[in-house]
Write a protein that binds this ligand. Structure first.
Ligand code: ADP
Length: 470
């Protein structure tokens, strides 16, 4: 079940922690995809749905292809429906999201409380984003034994804000509805509840942990985050090194390694053919894979394509999102057949093929809590050109003369989000690719040699969990 980076993290971090010997279970709503992929379920527990008629079944299974235990919140009326996890197929939020994710939070808190009648009692409830933000609030207000709680922010822009009237329906005490609580300008904020009532806050890169304490990227939470900075840390996400390994990637025409970098060329020509670009080995091929939103700088990308295409650059874009942006990209592709390829949709296979085949990966995100594609692209010898924000700043070493001389440069960073700065950075990359092949190759190899595995990050989380014993 995936709409973005949160899925990559929720799938990989618990597996890495389990590998370190933690007794960990992943709690996930019973979406249709989850129920169909986790077939060998056993009943784990049953509890009353506090927000709707009937019982909630907790089913135990395993994450496919791993031995990680998964607990599925099976309540069909809330989760087993067609459409997206948060929105209808037409793109509007499900009207009962407050109750749906209230229930997910409630079950998480229930597991960590003395109400939990099962044999498995967690010491820590680790929540992710607004969808689980009420769990720390319930834990704070309920009586009896309680687990400690951590909230990880994957993206502060999504906050789960609902009308004040939901307070009662969600069984939250009236005293929680204040500035020093979960109230957000007269409304109820799931994210603020989590940030306010949890024991520790983490986010997915050290730079983003700093940035969100300031107005420009704090999305209204900067005051609270600054106040709680003593319990706030940034831990960079890892990547799944098995899934994203150019040596064994089943989606590629020609798997390759750092020692056989020239094999990228075969992938490039196959991709050019597949997506309708002119098959041209020397044309610099720039890739974009992202949600089409203002955050990702899709508008800036739209603005620069015309100029770069005139300079012989090709673009391959995969993504979906804002309908007006989708239309504009489609139109641009029609105007530049063979030079700009746009695929609207979500396609794992194609995303792997693009990472492997392109020459340059473009990420002009206005903000980026961690970002994953820049790590995938470095691993696939496709240097990123990116805005020096959040996790992009923490995972890419800019191709300054000093970093090139030291053999560390792994991409090209720009430091402000002006159209001219972005285009200059992209031209710099194209220039190195065309005219300085030795330096370009060194940048590719430096990226491929980096360790982005979950092991380091999982150790950081383990330290954090241990600090909660104190
Ligand atoms: P975010 O979570 O903000 O969308 P990230 O870079 O953290 O951004 O993670 C995005 C993840 O979703 C990556 O694994 C990326 O490859 C994937 N992705 C985004 N759009 C698509 C798409 N259209 N098709 C396939 N994968 C996509």
């Amino acid at each position: 079940m995936k709409t973005g980076g949160l899925a990559d993290v929720s799938g990989a971090l618990p597996v890495a922690l389990h590998g370190l010997g933690l007794d960990i279970k992943l709690l996930i709503p019973g979406y249709p995809e989850v129920l169909s992929k986790c077939r060998d379920t056993k009943p784990f527990a049953t509890l009353d749905n506090p927000f709707a008629p009937g019982d909630v079944q907790l089913l135990e299974s395993h994450l496919p292809d791993t031995d990680l235990p998964v607990l599925i919140v099976a309540y069909d009326a809330f989760f087993n429906r067609p459409g997206g996890p948060y929105q209808t197929s037409a793109g509007s939020d499900w009207p009962d999201n407050a109750l749906r994710f209230g229930l997910l939070s409630y079950v998480a808190a229930w597991l960590g409380s003395s109400g939990n009648t099962s044999a498995w009692q967690p010491d820590i409830v680790h929540c992710n984003d607004w969808q689980t933000g009420l769990a720390p609030a319930y834990l704070r207000f309920w009586q009896g034994r309680k687990a400690r709680s951590i909230l990880t922010i994957h993206n502060l822009a999504y906050q789960g804000v609902f009308g004040a009237e939901m307070l009662h329906a969600l069984q939250l005490p009236p005293e929680s509805f204040k500035l020093q609580g979960l109230e957000y300008y007269g409304q109820l904020s799931f994210l603020k509840a989590g940030l306010f009532y949890c024991d520790r806050i983490t986010t997915v890169s050290p730079t983003y942990a700093q940035e969100i304490q300031h107005e420009s990227l704090g999305f209204g939470m900067q005051g609270l985050l600054h106040e709680r900075r003593g319990v706030l840390t940034g831990i960079i996400n890892g990547i799944d090194n098995q899934e994203w390994n150019p040596e064994i990637d089943p989606h590629l025409d020609k798997p390759f390694t750092a020692l056989r970098l020239h094999d990228k060329a075969q992938n490039k020509s196959a991709l050019q053919q597949e997506v309708g670009l002119h098959v041209h080995a020397q044309a610099p091929l720039v890739a974009i894979i992202s949600r089409m939103t203002y955050q990702k700088g899709s508008d800036v990308i739209l603005g620069l394509m015309n100029d770069l295409v005139r300079e012989g650059v090709q673009f391959v874009l995969l993504g979906s999102g804002d309908k007006a942006l989708e239309r504009a990209f489609r139109e641009l592709a029609l105007n530049h057949p063979g030079r700009i390829s746009v695929t609207i949709g979500y396609d794992e296979r194609l995303s792997h093929r693009i990472e492997a085949s392109a020459d340059i990966f473009l990420m002009p995100s206005r903000f980026e809590p961690c970002g994953l594609n820049q790590m995938y692209s470095q691993r696939y010898g496709t240097p990123p050109v990116a805005h020096a924000t959040g996790g992009l700043a923490d995972t890419i070493v800019d191709a300054t003369p000093e970093n090139i001389a030291a053999g560390l440069a792994s991409g090209i960073l720009f430091y402000d989000m002006h159209f001219h700065t972005v285009i200059a950075a992209l031209r710099h990359a194209v220039h190195l690719y065309r005219h300085d092949p030795n330096v370009w190759r060194q940048i590719q190899l430096a990226g491929m040699a980096k360790d982005f595995s979950w092991q380091n990050s999982a150790q950081e989380y383990l330290k954090l969990y241990r600090s909660l014993d104190a």
